[in-house]
Design a protein around this ligand. Structure first.
Ligand code: HEM
Length: 46
């Protein structure tokens, strides 16, 4: 379900949420930052 998004930037996420598959998802800038931090953490995991 969905592509590998580990390590994606806030800009990537904003763009992806603006697309077709996820246009129903609405996040604040703060929430996007939180997701970005988590995706960065995931990138550090094996
Ligand atoms: C750069 C980041 C992201 C990219 C490139 C991305 C890309 C995609 C793509 C291509 C799909 C369609 C997958 C398919 O049809 O098999 C999808 C689905 C989905 N994404 Fe993302 N995504 C990203 C981030 C996120 C985030 C942060 C969330 C949640 C907050 C999210 C939630 C979802 C959900 C719930 C679906 C399923 C939609 C459905 O069932 O119709 N995605 N995403």
């Amino acid at each position: 379900m969905g592509p590998n998004i580990r390590g994606k930037t806030a800009e990537d996420i904003k763009q992806a949420l603006g697309g077709d598959a996820m246009s129903f998802i609405s996040l604040t800038g703060e929430e996007i930052e939180a997701v970005t931090t988590y995706l960065k953490y995931l990138e550090s995991q094996p």
